[in-house]
Design a protein around this ligand. Structure first.
Ligand SMILES: Nc1nc2c(ncn2[C@@H]2O[C@H](COP(=O)(O)OP(=O)(O)OP(=O)(O)O)[C@@H](O)[C@H]2O)c(=O)[nH]1
Ligand SMILES: [Mg+2]
Length: 321
């Protein structure tokens, strides 16, 4: 292949078939090296370290991606394979750095459930961040699960009341408590943990995956903030089947890339009303929105509409205040 200047790649795709490639799942990314699990669940299961092949171009490779590997795929110490292809993703969790900077980053691929981890205290819950995570989950086509931690420090009721109209499933955990309910929700699925630093994501992972050995740290008593102990995403296999992906704490969740349509799709009762009563490109926040009438006619509840509007409004303004 001729080197070619940036942005002027030849348009013909001369991609070798790589028929001998093996498939793997990316479980961790560290400074340009990708850890991939190959032949999972078989006696040949092994972790292969790989780099990106040139032919991938600018395509990003993230935790959760299914990739095709060539070269030395033995997984022996000091060997390095090459990722030559990224399989189409079933989901992509994206965030924008902030709302005014539309540069999108994909954080995790192929997860089917977003576990929104929120501490009931220390640090204080931030409903606005929860709302934004919900929007990101609906946009990515992932099922949300609310996980309220540190119930030994504060009661979950006020927060649960806010989310009742949305019908988001939830689990409540506490120090020393059992995780049976959470385990049931995670079984057999690929779940990504998302939440502010210090809410207890890695603590959960350590309890769920016996040899995970994720570092955990204390919440600063003065600022009430976590220390961003975890610095990159990692996927770990659950003993009962399924995967859990720990991610670094987020301060905000930029949503500049999200369209209102992808949020309202998660609300069957209101999506029908929007199709029937709203003008094209309705933002569902202004005067012209037909959903108030839809609710007045008894076709959906006021609480549902208020919740939808709160989520839509959370897309606007500063990322997290
Ligand atoms: N009281 C109480 N403390 C908890 C609970 N769960 C976690 N913690 C504590 O909260 C602190 C932060 O936990 P981590 O697991 O490191 O939090 P994290 O969400 O992984 O944080 P980042 O990696 O920075 O995003 C640790 O000191 C934990 O021991 C809980 O249920 N109750
Ligand atoms: Mg952590």
């Amino acid at each position: 292949m001729r080197p070619g200047r940036r942005g002027s790649r030849p348009r013909t795709r001369r991609r070798p078939a790589h028929e001998d490639a093996v498939l793997g799942m990316v479980t961790a990314v560290d400074r340009g090296r990708y850890r991939c699990l190959v032949d999972a669940g078989t006696p040949d299961e092994r972790a292969v370290t790989a780099m990106r092949a040139r032919e991938l171009g600018r395509k990003g490779v993230v935790v959760g991606d299914r990739v095709a590997l060539v070269g030395d795929v033995s997984g022996a110490p000091d060997t390095l394979a090459r990722i030559v292809r990224v399989e189409p993703r079933t989901s992509a969790l994206r965030r924008t750095a902030d709302d005014t900077d539309p540069y999108e980053r994909i954080i995790v691929a192929n997860a089917d459930q977003m576990v929104i981890v929120t501490a009931l205290a220390d640090p204080e819950p931030r409903p606005r961040l929860i709302d934004r995570c919900l929007v990101a989950a609906y946009d990515a086509g992932m099922d949300p699960l609310l996980c309220l931690t540190k119930a030994d420090l504060a009661a979950p009721d006020p927060l649960l009341e806010i989310y009742a109209p949305l019908g988001v499933p939830y689990v409540v955990t506490r120090r020393g408590g059992d995780l049976d309910s959470l385990r049931r929700h995670l079984a057999g699925r690929v779940s990504v943990l998302v939440g502010h630093s210090g809410v207890g994501k890695s603590t959960l992972v350590n309890a769920l995956v016996p040899d995970a050995d994720r570092a955990v740290s204390h919440v600063n008593a003065v600022t009430g903030r976590g220390r961003h102990t975890s610095s990159s995403a990692i996927a770990l296999e659950l003993p009962g089947g399924g995967w859990i992906i720990d991610t670094p704490g987020v301060r905000s969740f930029g949503l500049a890339h999200v369209q209102p349509e992808s949020v309202i799709e998660a609300f069957d009762d209101l999506a029908e009303g929007a199709a029937e009563r709203c003008p094209p490109h309705c933002d569902h926040l202004g005067e012209a929105c037909g959903l108030d009438e839809w609710v007045a006619d008894g076709r959906a509840s006021r609480a549902r509409l208020d919740s939808l509007r709160r989520l839509l409004a959370s897309r606007e303004g500063e990322a997290d205040r």
